[in-house]
Design a protein around this ligand. Structure first.
Ligand code: F6P
Length: 551
C-alpha cells in the first residue's frame, strides 16, 4: 500500500464509499430541497453546480480532510512562491506570474524577479500587436498583414488555438489567424494555399525550438515564402519567434528584434498567458488579452485564498478524485454547450493527461491508485448524438462537465433556449435516470403490447446517479474565459497534489520522439534489425510505396 492509500483520510473515504454505493442521487435531491444551494456557488463570474454528484456534506468534508492531509495548502503556497516544484526538471512553475496584476516580485527558485521580465516582454508584445493591428508594422511591400499563421504544436498550439476560436466574436475583421501544427504536410499545404506571402506573418512558437514537427513546418513555410517572391532580407519582417531557447531561434535565422521570449518556469501547456498568446492578442487586441489575463488572475486569487470547501478548483479536483478513485470512473467528459469552446476538450486533453497521466509518484514509486482520467468531449448538442448513449447506459460512470453561457454571441431566434434546455435535460437525465416502474408506466401509457413491453423494458431503464458538474457564466468574454482556463489548470494541480505526482514534467512523450528519429532515417535507408518484426514489416511495406517531394 502506498502512503496515500494507507492514509487515514483515504481509508475514511473508502469506508464512506461503501455507505454511498447504493445511494441514489435523486433520493438525495428529494430529501433535501436546498441541495442546489448547498452544493453550488459562484466565483469570478462562474456558477459551479456540483449537486448532481454522488456526494453528501460528509463526502465533501472527507475530501477536504484528504486535501489537508496531503498538504494541499502547502503545495499551493509553494506553487505561487516560485519554489522548484517541478523536481525532475528542477524548475519553478509560475504561469500564475504571467497574469499577476500587481508588481509584487516573484522569484523562481530564488532567481531574478519574474514579474519585471514578464512586464518587459509583454510591453514589446503590446507594441508589436498594436503595430500590426493599426498598420504601422507591415510586410515587405508595405501592405498591411492580413493573415497570421502560428506554427507550433502541443502547448505551443492548443492553448492559443482554443482561445482564438473561443474569442472569435472579438477578432479584428481584416486579420485572420490560422494554426499549423501537424507535421502531415497537408496541414501546411492547405493553409499556405490561401495565402499571399506579402501579407502573411508567420509566428514560429516553440518553447524548445527543437520540436521536429514545428521546425519542419517552419522550414517549409520559409521555403514557400522564398519561392513565392520573398527574399532572405524580408524574413525578419515575416517570421517572428516565440521561444525560451534564444540560441536555437538565432540558429534558425530569426533575430532578437523578431523574438519574444518566455522562460523555463513556464510549462508548454501553461504558456498561453505569455507571448505564446500572441496570435490571440493579434486577433483580438491587447485589451482583450489583458482581460483574459485578469480573469485568470481572479481565479488564481480565488484558488489562493478561498477555504478548501468553497474553493472552485479544489472542489473540482476533489470531486474528480472521488469519481476516479472511489467510484471507478475511467474517463471525464467535457461538453461545452457553447460552440465557441469547441476546442476546449482538445486543449484539456493535453493539460490534464500530459500533467497527470503518470504511474510513478514524485518519489519515483509506482502508484497503487488510478491517476488522470481519459479526457474527451465535443460541443453539445452534437455530443448527445454521438457518445451520450454510453454516458447514460454504459457500464461505468463517466463524470461530465457541462459548460454554458446564459447569453449567446449570436442570438438567433430560439436557438439559445433550445441549447440550454438540452444541457439541463442531459444533466437531469444522467442524475435522475428512469426506474423500472417509471419505464413500465411510460410504455403502458403509450399502449405498448405486453410482450413487446417486457422485451423493451430492460433496454429503456436508466440507472441514474451519473455524476456531472455544471459551469454557467453570463457570456463567453475574455475575462470569463481566462477564469475558466485557470480553473482547470488549478483543478489539475490539486489532483496532482492528492496523487503525489509531479504534474509539470512529461517524460512519457520522449521515447516515441527518439524512436521517430531513428525510424525516420530507416524509412530512407531500410530497417535495422533492432526493431520488432511488426515495425520492420511496416517499414519494408512503406518504403517502395512512399512518394517524397525531393525538390
Ligand atoms: O509533446 C510534448 C511537448 O513537449 C509538450 O509538452 C509541448 O507543449 C510540446 O511538446 C511542444 O513543445 P515546444 O513548445 O518546445 O515546441
Amino acid at each position: 500500500m502506498s502512503r496515500l492509500t494507507a492514509s487515514p483520510a483515504w481509508q475514511a473515504l473508502g469506508r464512506h464509499r461503501e455507505q454511498m454505493a447504493e445511494q441514489q442521487v435523486r433520493s438525495l435531491f428529494a430529501a433535501d430541497p436546498t441541495r442546489f444551494e448547498r452544493f453550488s456557488f459562484e466565483s469570478c463570474g462562474i456558477l459551479l453546480d456540483y449537486s448532481k454528484n454522488r456526494i453528501t456534506a460528509e463526502t465533501v468534508g472527507l475530501l477536504a480532510d484528504l486535501a489537508r492531509e496531503r498538504d494541499l495548502e502547502g503545495w499551493r503556497a509553494r506553487l505561487f512562491a516560485g519554489d522548484p516544484i517541478n523536481t525532475t526538471e528542477g524548475r519553478a512553475v509560475l504561469h500564475t506570474a504571467l497574469r499577476q496584476q500587481t508588481n509584487e516580485p516573484v522569484r523562481p527558485g530564488g532567481a531574478d524577479d519574474a514579474i519585471t521580465e514578464v512586464r518587459s516582454v509583454m510591453n514589446r508584445v503590446r507594441t508589436f500587436v498594436d503595430g500590426v493591428r493599426f498598420g504601422s508594422i507591415t510586410g515587405l511591400s508595405g501592405r498591411r498583414f492580413k493573415d497570421v499563421v502560428n506554427i507550433g504544436i502541443g502547448g505551443s498550439d492548443l492553448g492559443p488555438l482554443m482561445v482564438a476560436e473561443a474569442l472569435l466574436p472579438y477578432h479584428h475583421p481584416d486579420l485572420r489567424v490560422r494554426f499549423v501544427s501537424n507535421v502531415d504536410g497537408t496541414n501546411l499545404y492547405d493553409t499556405l494555399d490561401w495565402l499571399d506571402p506579402e501579407t502573411t506573418l508567420f509566428i514560429v512558437t516553440s518553447k524548445t525550438f527543437t520540436t521536429e514537427e514545428t521546425m519542419t513546418n517552419a522550414r517549409s513555410a520559409r521555403n514557400w515564402f522564398l519561392t513565392e517572391g520573398g527574399t532572405e532580407a524580408d524574413i525578419g519582417k515575416h517570421f517572428i519567434a516565440v521561444s525560451a531557447n534564444e540560441a536555437e531561434v538565432r540558429a534558425f535565422g530569426i533575430g532578437p528584434e523578431s523574438t519574444f521570449s518566455f522562460w523555463d518556469w513556464v510549462g508548454g501547456r501553461f504558456s498561453l498567458w505569455s507571448a505564446v498568446g500572441l496570435p490571440v492578442a493579434l486577433a483580438t487586441g491587447m485589451e482583450r488579452f489583458d482581460a483574459l489575463l485578469a480573469g485568470a488572475n481572479a481565479m488564481d486569487e480565488h484558488f489562493r485564498t478561498a477555504p478548501l470547501e468553497s474553493n472552485m478548483p479544489v472542489l473540482l479536483g476533489l470531486l474528480g478524485v472521488w469519481a476516479i478513485n472511489f467510484l471507478d470512473a475511467p474517463a471525464q467528459a467535457v461538453v461545452p454547450y457553447d460552440q465557441y469552446l469547441h476546442r476546449l476538450p482538445a486543449y484539456l486533453q493535453q493539460l490534464d493527461m500530459e500533467s497527470n497521466g503518470k504511474s510513478v509518484d514524485r518519489d519515483g514509486c509506482a502508484v497503487d491508485y488510478a491517476t488522470a482520467p481519459v479526457i474527451f468531449g465535443e460541443p453539445g448538442t452534437n455530443a448527445q448524438h454521438s457518445f451520450f448513449q454510453l454516458l447514460h447506459q454504459g457500464t461505468r460512470p463517466i463524470p461530465v462537465d457541462f459548460l454554458a453561457a446564459a447569453e449567446s454571441h449570436n442570438p438567433f431566434g430560439d436557438h439559445q433556449r433550445l441549447l440550454l434546455a438540452n444541457m439541463l435535460a442531459q444533466s437531469e437525465a444522467l442524475m435522475r435516470g428512469r426506474t423500472v416502474e417509471e419505464t413500465r408506466a411510460e410504455l403502458e401509457a403509450s399502449n405498448t403490447p405486453n410482450a413487446r413491453l417486457e422485451a423493451l423494458l430492460p433496454h429503456k431503464v436508466f440507472e441514474g446517479s451519473r455524476p456531472s458538474n455544471t459551469l454557467l457564466y453570463r457570456k463567453l468574454d475574455p475575462f470569463t474565459l481566462g477564469a475558466l482556463i485557470a480553473l482547470y489548470e488549478h483543478k489539475i494541480f490539486v489532483q496532482g497534489v492528492i496523487w503525489n505526482l509531479n504534474s509539470f514534467d512529461q517524460w512519457g512523450v520522449e521515447l516515441g520522439k527518439s524512436l521517430a528519429r531513428t525510424i525516420g532515417a530507416e524509412l530512407a535507408t531500410g530497417p535495422s534489425a533492432a526493431h520488432d518484426s511488426s515495425t520492420i514489416g511496416q517499414i519494408r511495406w512503406l518504403r517502395p510505396r512512399m512518394v517524397l517531394d525531393t525538390e
